[in-house]
Design a protein around this ligand. Structure first.
Ligand code: ADP
Ligand code: MN
Length: 164
């Protein structure tokens, strides 16, 4: 994508780890920022969570680094950004747990994320920040990444009603 391909929408794609954000957004036509990659590569984190073997992102540094972004941003943190629309990818918790195990996540992480998905943690954070009218849930349980990408394209194009 060159600068000439700048677009006029900002869509955040979020969801519990394992819901398939990276797999689906990689298939989109328009520009995509894979935020977790950027956080690692640009060092936009403030501490290491030793228990979880993960980095705690510095959201102010992330916002500053993104500046006037456009297109799609995907990450389990994407709903913490300003956006026109927020897509929340969902997955049945037991299926999510299997996906995470298959990906090589340890047992604690797989269980923790499945519980977080069952409790709608990211969905409620997204609705709190952006309001129901900007939030679009997409169930990925029985869908291929290509199907999910198509559903995201429909949100980007304004062809889909919010979950509300
Ligand atoms: P996220 O970016 O949301 O953490 P990934 O795209 O990395 O999720 O996918 C997590 C795991 O689940 C990967 O092993 C991936 O191959 C698998 N996966 C992703 N999307 C789907 C899907 N729609 N159906 C089945 N498995 C999927
Ligand atoms: Mn990912």
């Amino acid at each position: 994508m060159s600068d000439a391909d700048e677009v006029d929408y900002r869509v955040a794609v979020t969801g519990t780890p394992g819901t398939g954000k990276t797999s689906a957004t990689t298939l989109l036509d328009g520009p995509v920022i894979h935020l977790n990659e950027l956080i690692r590569e640009a060092g936009l984190w403030s501490e290491r969570d030793a228990d979880r073997d993960s980095l705690v992102a510095d959201l102010d540094a992330v916002r500053e680094s993104l500046g006037d972004w456009s297109g799609v941003v995907e990450s389990h943190l994407a709903h913490h950004l300003d956006a026109d629309r927020v897509v929340v990818l969902r997955c049945r918790p037991d299926v999510l747990e299997d996906r995470l195990r298959d990906r090589g996540a340890d047992e604690t992480k797989a269980t923790e994320n499945a519980e977080s998905e069952a409790l709608d943690v990211i969905l409620s954070e997204a609705v709190d920040r952006h309001g129901l009218e900007r939030v679009y849930e997409i169930d990925t349980t029985d869908r291929t990444p290509a199907d999910v990408a198509e559903a995201i394209e429909a949100v980007v194009a304004g062809d889909r009603e919010p979950s509300a």
